[in-house]
Design a binder for this molecule. Structure first.
Ligand SMILES: [Fe+2]
Ligand SMILES: [Fe+2]
Length: 279
């Protein structure tokens, strides 16, 4: 089972460029090509689908994503507009009913043997996310219902501060309660998140939590006090979560871009290239 996690596409309406440099439509098209080439079985988008939550941006994103070979799931991020997202995803079987304003877009689905618990942590108008009492109650029931399955929890903001001063103190309210809830639940394999636009690994209680890179623009790694949040000229990417019964869940980062074909080196134990050649 190969689960592709794309995140933070920040799609703009047709013809617009983000911050004068990021063609979000082209970036999402590249992400779709990368995920299809990798042979993903399932794709989940972990939020910040559209940069300003505009209906035209959702329509364009869905048009691009219809080229995915695998089924698509999504949760909202702080840049998303629940009502417009609901309109865009109308007809997707996983979209829970609601009025689009106060009702959360969270649900569960099975990716092969894995139960994915997809959580909506959005607080409208705020950069922070929150697992409020109502959402923690829902999440605990979802965990109880999947006690005999391997579980992945999908969030938009990770359950830890990312350590980059440019993000300030933004984070996930209720993260401590989530960590306590996960104690003793050995079937929860991973928390997957986005929001920070670069690959990060941490913990939530006993569970490894990882942030996927953005498929649009990365943020710079700068831990110096007072450093601004800055866009980095690094390749975008996605996370590939590979599960096999014999190896468990492994999370790879897949950079997205045209880097040329890979060079075969070993096959069936046989070396296909000499170790070294002269210059
Ligand atoms: Fe984002
Ligand atoms: Fe975000």
């Amino acid at each position: 089972m190969l689960i592709a996690q794309i995140s933070d596409s920040h799609m703009l309406p047709p013809g617009e460029i983000a911050y004068g440099r990021s063609d979000t439509e082209a970036a999402l098209r590249s992400a779709v090509a990368a995920v299809n080439t990798a042979g993903a079985d399932v794709v989940i988008h972990t939020g910040d689908f559209a940069h300003d939550g505009a209906p035209e941006a959702y329509a364009l994103a869905l048009e691009v994503l219809q080229d995915l070979d695998a089924p698509l799931y999504a949760i909202p991020g702080n840049h998303d507009d629940r009502a417009n997202m609901r309109v865009a995803f109308k007809g997707f079987a996983w979209l829970p009913e609601g009025d689009g304003l106060a009702d959360f877009i969270h649900y569960t689905f099975d990716a092969g043997p894995i139960r994915v618990i997809a959580c909506d942590s959005v607080i409208p108008g705020e950069s922070n996310g929150e697992l409020c009492a109502a959402r923690l109650t829902w999440l605990e029931a979802a965990l109880d219902a999947a006690a005999d399955k391997p579980v992945i929890i999908a969030l938009h903001p990770p359950p830890f501060p990312c350590g980059l001063p440019g993000f300030g103190a933004t984070g996930l309210g209720g993260a401590d309660a989530l960590a306590a809830m996960l104690a003793g639940r050995t079937n929860v394999l991973r928390i997957i998140a986005g929001h920070n636009h670069r690959t990060i690994t941490g913990l939530c209680g006993p569970v490894p939590a990882c942030v996927a890179p953005s498929v649009s623009y990365p943020f710079a790694f700068d831990t110096i006090a007072g450093a601004p949040l800055a866009i980095a000229y690094e390749p975008p990417g996605c996370a590939m979560h590979l599960w096999r019964k014999d190896i468990g869940l492994l999370t790879h980062t897949l950079p997205i871009g045209d880097f040329g074909p890979a060079t075969p080196l070993l096959k069936d134990g046989k070396r296909l290239l000499p170790t070294s050649t002269t210059r």
